[in-house]
Design a protein around this ligand. Structure first.
Ligand SMILES: [Ca+2]
Length: 439
């Protein structure tokens, strides 16, 4: 009965036809490119994530603008290459971070822009864009927040992480549930809340980032996986997929499916340490090989975008902001200097050309640029930039730099021009250095 009453109340609070859609941005953490069903994963069923591809668009060349957590979240929140404002690296753990660390206050977030457009804004999950009060999500456009500010968190015992507590708003709270299930509970509560205005939910799991921790409920599903680390990773993926499935089901039950634009990405590629698999891609997290920067990239908006469509031209998480704003009826202004583009006309098939002439990466001494099928890349294990034809060589095995010097020069010149527009990093990757030593 209570459920019926709740549903009726919600039905009354639904926005009228033609009004702005809700926007749901879901981010997984350190997921392997090969670890979802639609990318060929065999040992971990991901029916909910796969359903986003079946009911929407799977961008086969979906990228993030860095191979690491905090930088790509900065790019997502601003629609701008994070290296333009010095946000090139992770900050190190909460207790030891550079005091300057935080998404620069000169930048405007997606949440701020949508709030101004009349949206109810909420965030559930990992922030990783600043620890100090002025950088807190509630100061960056989110009216509601539940999650933690750091780069990683215990899933099983919130109290073990005193420097990085679970917060509701700005208050530390005790969280007894498995953290992925807590994030599920909070996301459901957010979308179910009766309200007149459209909503924006930024839902960022720390799954499947280290530490490898899962409850028996999920581990029991993978008794057939002999490798203990892979088994726990699978359990963590499964818990996240269940949570996404619960939210998708609730949106359907509330009649909001056609009124909600949904994105799903991972913030970077999988690292070896969590037993993830990047499938056919070379390299991993912290590298500008495809395995560090090419991620699952799914977009669903039932009734507006095609269902079950593959979209092959390169897109990037910087596109989420302008796409969401366009859906909300907000025209991006030139003075915002966005790097991302509104993908809606491309995904609908109205615009046939590629959304980007080129995509660029800089991560310390590493670089990459993708233009069409060509990619020029300098990763940690190369001394000079190498050239690959990703259309024929997705695994970046055959360096064509000597065979195609003119192409290599053209890409290098374009990258240098972009690089000349960037700031020096405002802090350095202590955490990254330690993580690389551990591997
Ligand atoms: Ca990450």
């Amino acid at each position: 009965m209570l459920a019926l009453v709740t549903t009726l109340l919600l039905a009354q609070s639904r926005p009228a036809a033609g009004s702005k859609p809700n926007i749901l941005v879901i981010v997984g953490d350190d997921m392997g490119y090969g670890d979802i069903g639609v990318h060929g994963c065999r040992d971990i069923p991901t029916p909910a994530i796969d359903s986003l591809a079946r009911n929407g668009i799977r961008a086969t060349s979906g990228y993030v603008s860095g191979p690491y957590c905090s930088p790509t979240r900065a790019g997502l929140m601003t629609g701008r290459y994070q290296q333009r404002y010095g946000h090139e690296f992770n900050p190190g753990p909460a207790g030891a971070a550079d005091p300057k660390f935080g998404l620069p206050l000169t930048e405007t977030t997606l949440a701020e822009r949508l709030k101004r457009a009349g949206y109810a804004t909420g965030m559930v999950g990992k922030w990783h864009l600043g620890y100090r009060p002025e950088y807190h999500p509630v100061k960056r456009g989110f009216a509601e927040y539940f999650g933690f500010l750091g780069g990683a968190h215990s899933y099983l015992d919130a109290r073990t992480d005193r420097a990085n507590p679970i917060l509701r708003g700005t208050d530390a709270v005790d969280e007894p549930e498995y953290l992925t299930e807590a994030f599920r509970r909070e996301a459901l509560a957010f979308i179910e809340r009766p309200r007149k205005e459209p909503w924006f939910l930024y839902w960022t799991f720390n799954a499947v980032h280290m530490p490898l921790q899962a409850t028996e409920k999920y581990r029991a599903r993978f008794a057939g996986i002999a490798d203990e680390r892979r088994r726990t990773y699978a359990a963590m993926m499964s818990a996240m997929d269940d949570a996404i499935g619960a939210v998708l089901e609730r949106l359907r039950a509330l009649g909001l499916e056609e009124r909600t634009l949904i994105f799903f990405i991972s913030d970077n590629g999988g690292p070896p340490v969590n037993a993830s698999s990047n499938g056919p891609l070379r390299g991993h997290k912290a590298q500008t090989w495809e395995g560090g920067i090419r991620v699952p990239f799914l977009v669903q908006w039932k009734g507006v975008l095609p269902a079950g469509k593959l979209y092959d031209p390169p897109v990037i998480q910087l596109d989420i902001l302008p796409t969401a704003l366009a859906a909300a009826g907000v025209a991006a202004r030139p003075e915002w200097k966005l790097d991302g583009v509104n993908l809606l006309p491309y995904l609908k098939g109205e615009k046939k050309q590629a959304p980007h002439e080129a995509l660029y990466w800089r991560f310390g001494q590493q670089m990459a640029i993708r233009m069409g099928d060509w990619k020029l890349v300098k990763a940690p294990d190369t001394s000079t930039p190498q050239l690959f034809d990703l259309g024929r060589d997705l695994g970046e095995k055959q360096d064509l730099a000597e065979k195609e010097p003119a192409v290599a020069r053209r890409l290098e010149a374009a990258w240098k021009k972009w690089n000349s527009e960037l700031e020096e990093p405002r802090w350095f990757p202590n955490e990254g250095r330690q993580a690389r030593k551990r591997r």
